[in-house]
Design a protein around this ligand. Structure first.
Ligand SMILES: [Zn+2]
Length: 69
């Protein structure tokens, strides 16, 4: 059963699938980034101290849009 699947999924088919997948992923990332940008541009930032920050320097996260400073 596994043998059949392997022989059907030739490397060129896999390559094709990967390219398709990457293209779709890129499109989605673009949309998400744009949405986040819009959100951040319209956000009245609520800064929350980022407790995971190391090195004694204080960083802040906006709890509303996720912007980092
Ligand atoms: Zn914000």
């Amino acid at each position: 059963m596994e043998q059949t699947w392997n022989s059907e999924m030739t490397s060129s088919k896999l390559h094709q699938l990967r390219s398709l997948y990457r293209n779709e992923l890129r499109k989605l990332e673009k949309v998400l980034k744009q949405k986040q940008k819009n959100k951040q541009a319209n956000c009245e930032h609520k800064w929350v101290k980022d407790l995971s920050a190391r090195g004694g320097r204080s960083h802040y996260d906006c709890s509303l849009c996720g912007l980092y400073r």
